[in-house]
Design a protein around this ligand. Structure first.
Ligand code: AMP
Ligand code: GLY
Length: 422
């Protein structure tokens, strides 16, 4: 088979790495890919949002299966476009992807179907938004979210009225995220442990992947602004067997079933970002794709063939085969450019990669890297994901931090407390 992977992050490098191990696969292409995917696959210089060009490429290369990493092309309808042209692609349709594309749709869907989530109000004007934050209905901290996609930066936690007013101003008047902030959600702040609960759905059933915990804030101790993810460990240390079944029962299965009933059949990866509150698990958000960096430790632990699983899902029988996972924990620590997620420089030469990668048990997935004159240089905010899977979480983290200590580039930053559970 020939496989095309759409995207350019660490998640896509991990997917390409896993797919390449499948005996079914002969060729792997990544569009546009990164410095790491260039080594294990063929990079194609087409942007992930250029849907017609991606479809033309898939048709001309006779690609057998396209796997989509990021949300933007899914929300824009890449799956409908490919399917109309008779091209096989894995991911939800535009209508199903709205579960991520519109937070207001997702919230109203959860209310309609009694799927537990934070209490909220919707505002379609700055005046209404100001009225809601001053009404006393929500205590501080409160959370303000843009309705549309904002690259993972659209949820702002506001500790006081001043910050809430400023956030409304930025989203709705200054239009910091463009149209995405024309309507907003104001919601109660939930306390608890966060978990990424990710399943592969065939439209009616769900195959749960091993659980993960993402670390979103940029600095140790969960300080600083939220990022796309600074590291992930698997399994989540906070999910018992009982809680796992409860999440499937009251969140995952109802979501898939109700989407089907609402003619938004969800075939693809459904990612529920959950807060484990004292009142039980509640949905913070849904994503319509694999997580980044959650995919990196998940692919290290997956022992079965990802391509077979995806083909099963596309054929409507995702639960037909036994899927095997390593019992060992796995983790990924993300190394970023200094200043990420706000302002950072790129084009920095990365040294020590070969040495780090030659440490037995270390796998490095690239994100914002490219090859220039035979060297890897930085080209984005999140640069590398250094991963391992050892008999214990402690040993896993020791190995990863040992490998990071031999990597260097100007301004490099990473969290030193991934996997340290408080
Ligand atoms: P979202 O894009 O909705 O997942 O939000 C991004 C991050 O903001 C989440 O992963 C949480 O860490 C945090 N967050 C979002 N909503 C809430 C909430 N209601 N209470 C507490 N934290 C939240
Ligand atoms: N790591 C968070 C996400 O993939 O959305």
């Amino acid at each position: 088979m020939k496989i095309l992977i759409v995207g350019s992050g660490g998640r896509e490098h991990a997917l390409a790495w896993k797919v390449r191990q499948s005996p079914l696969v002969k060729e792997v292409y990544c569009a546009p890919g990164n410095g790491g995917t260039a080594i294990i696959a063929e990079n194609v210089p087409i942007k992930e949002t250029d849907i017609p060009a991606l479809a033309d490429f898939a048709a001309s290369k006779k690609i057998d299966l396209t796997i989509v990493g990021p949300e933007q092309p899914l929300v824009a309808g890449i799956v409908d476009y490919f399917e109309n042209k008779g091209l096989r692609i894995f991911g939800p349709s535009r209508k199903a992807a709205e579960i991520e594309g519109s937070k207001i749709f997702a919230k109203q869907f959860m209310v309609r179907h009694r799927i537990p989530t934070a209490r909220f109000q919707i505002a379609d004007s700055p005046e209404l938004a100001m009225k809601i934050i001053r009404s006393g209905e929500f205590l501080f901290p409160m959370v303000i979210k843009a309705d549309g996609l904002a690259g993972g930066k659209g949820a702002i936690i506001c500790n006081n009225l001043k910050k809430a007013e400023e956030t409304i101003h930025n989203l709705m008047i200054k239009k910091q995220f463009g149209e995405a902030g024309e309507r907003i959600i104001i919601e109660e702040y939930l306390r608890g442990h966060e978990v990424s609960f990710i399943v592969i759905s065939d439209g009616t059933r769900a195959l749960p992947l091993v659980t993960t915990k993402d670390h979103k804030p940029v600095f140790d101790g969960d300080r600083g602004p939220n990022t796309g993810g600074m590291g992930a460990i698997s399994p989540s240390p906070h999910i018992s067997r009982e809680l796992f079944l409860e999440i499937m029962d009251i969140i995952i299965i109802p979501t898939i079933t109700r989407l089907l009933e609402e003619r938004r059949k969800f075939c693809g990866v459904l990612y529920a970002g959950l807060m484990l509150t004292a009142e039980g698990p509640k949905v913070l958000e849904f994503n319509c794709r694999f997580g980044d960096p959650e995919t990196q430790p998940q692919m290290l632990r997956l022992q079965s063939d990802l391509v077979e699983i995806i083909l099963d899902a596309l054929e409507g029988h995702v639960l037909s085969r036994e899927v095997h996972w390593s019992e060992r924990p796995a983790a990924c620590v993300v190394v970023t450019s200094g200043g990420y997620p706000i302002k950072y420089e790129t084009g920095k030469k990365i040294t020590g990669l070969n040495r780090a990668e030659s440490i037995p048990g270390i796998t490095i997935f690239h994100a914002g890297t490219k090859i220039e004159d035979g060297n890897f240089v930085t080209s984005g905010g999140r640069v590398l994901g250094v991963c391992a899977s050892e008999p214990t979480l402690e040993k896993t983290m020791e190995k990863i931090y040992g490998a990071i200590s031999v990597i260097n580039f100007e301004g490099m930053h990473f969290r030193r407390d991934i996997g340290c559970e408080r």
